[in-house]
Write a protein that binds this ligand. Structure first.
Ligand SMILES: NC(=O)c1ccc[n+]([C@@H]2O[C@H](COP(=O)([O-])OP(=O)(O)OC[C@H]3O[C@@H](n4cnc5c(N)ncnc54)[C@H](O)[C@@H]3O)[C@@H](O)[C@H]2O)c1
Length: 384
């Protein structure tokens, strides 16, 4: 039996994923209305999948039938694994796990779907922190194939191994990440947004040109500004700010004033109708500030910043090179793994671009990863 706590967007999605893989689920929320809503949403999602011919009517009935909606945590007694997807608040999660330990068996694994909190700090509220682990799904959990498995300082290796196998049985791609801010994806992806905004702030290019550069030259499905509008500028800003604070204000992750003002102006993106683009009245006339010749410069600058971040994450043991590349292609749809991309461009070229930025701006934000320097010195590639 798999227990899921919090029946919001993530908890409901995770319940569907696990039930579709044949698990029996028990879903709980402190808000009765949230649980009711989850029931209605699950039912309608499954019906839509039947209509589209993705699953049979029997499948839908079985998946729904495997999810039990609980009114009390006491019903979690026989769970082998509990995943919490409650509000992103450290004290709430710590209290929840500490209370759960009094209900579940001693070998039940306690997992958190947190995006930004330290697994270690959640685990330390428990008498048995070795059983606490991060299982980070991406939104929407039913669609996004990636799951980051995050081991806290005290997490037992066997727990990590068992959870990885289980998540793979749920038809997801599992990568292992160290308990560091943003884990893999929410850390390595920061320059995609931050450097794009910086280029705009410097007046080097306008927003549509930056988006086009990344799509046309890089093969990204969405440009940085389109993606920020899609994610929500408030959500994107909060992730950046959290990662920056947790890295003790490392300038590499410093949030931008432009984005802060967008949030203050309630220009949150698609969900408010306006963000970097206007979704209420899509513009027809497109006045551009500059010629297309600027696009390669924009693309190179953002790409080398991304590669530099991935190289740094590898150097500090956040994940293996394979998992770093897998995470970016499966978690945020990048057209290629960043380290693979670096090999294709040439690590020397990437380092040269970073050094150029660093000497031009004299900002720590542009410091090249020590790994890039070492690799160039030793004439190494990431894969070979
Ligand atoms: N939304 C995302 O894009 C996303 C992606 C990955 C991870 N996460 C993480 O997943 C978690 C949940 O996010 P969400 O977007 O589903 O939130 P949500 O607000 O949609 O749902 C949270 C649910 O938890 C319930 N809840 C709050 N405190 C509770 C408690 N003590 N016990 C039981 N239920 C409680 C709330 O009533 C609510 O229904 C957060 O930790 C978030 O950081 C979110």
């Amino acid at each position: 039996m798999i227990g899921i706590i919090g029946s919001g967007a993530m908890g409901t999605g995770i319940a569907q994923v696990a039930a579709a893989a044949g698990e029996n689920i028990i879903l709980f929320d402190t808000e009765k209305s949230a649980l009711e809503e989850a029931k209605i949403n699950l039912d309608s999602t499954l019906k839509k999948l039947v209509e589209k011919g993705k699953i049979s009517a029997d499948d839908a009935k079985n998946i729904f039938g495997r999810i039990h909606f609980a009114s009390h945590l006491d019903e979690f007694k026989s769970c082998e694994l509990v995943i919490e997807a409650v509000v992103e608040n450290l004290e709430v999660k710590r209290n929840l796990f500490s209370n759960l330990e009094k209900i579940v068996s001693t070998d039940c694994v306690l997992a958190t779907n947190t995006s930004s909190l330290s697994i270690t700090s959640i685990a330390s509220a428990c008498a048995k922190p070795g059983r606490v682990i991060g299982i980070h799904f991406f939104n929407p959990a039913t669609v996004m194939p990636l799951v980051e498995i995050v081991k806290g300082v005290a997490t037992e290796s066997q727990v990590e191994k068992n959870i990885k196998s289980k998540i793979e049985l749920w038809n997801k791609i599992a990568v292992l990440a160290k308990d560091t801010p943003g884990f893999i994806v929410n850390r390595v992806a920061r320059p995609f947004y931050g450097e794009a905004i910086r280029i705009y702030e410097e007046g080097i290019a306008d927003i549509p040109t930056i988006d086009e550069a990344m799509k046309e030259l890089g093969g990204f499905k969405m440009g940085p500004f389109e993606l920020m509008d899609f994610i929500g500028n408030d959500v994107n800003y909060t992730v950046t700010e959290t990662v920056w604070k947790q890295f003790f204000h490392d300038p590499k992750y410093k949030p931008s004033l432009t984005q802060k003002r967008m949030v203050e102006a309630n220009l949150l993106g698609r969900k408010t109708g306006k963000g970097y683009y206007n979704y209420e009245q899509p513009q027809t006339s497109d006045i551009r500030l500059q010629s297309i010749n600027i696009k390669p410069q924009i693309f190179n600058r953002i790409l080398v910043m991304l590669i530099n971040e991935a190289a740094d994450a590898l150097y500090y043991g956040v994940a293996t090179k394979e998992d770093l590349d897998l995470a970016m292609t499966k978690g945020v749809n990048y057209p290629k793994g960043l380290l693979m991309w670096a090999d294709e461009i040439g690590v020397e070229k990437v380092l040269a671009e970073m050094e150029k930025l660093y000497s031009e701006y004299c900002e720590d934000r542009y410091r090249p990863s020590v790994l890039l320097r070492k690799m160039v010195r030793e004439k190494r590639k990431f894969y070979s």
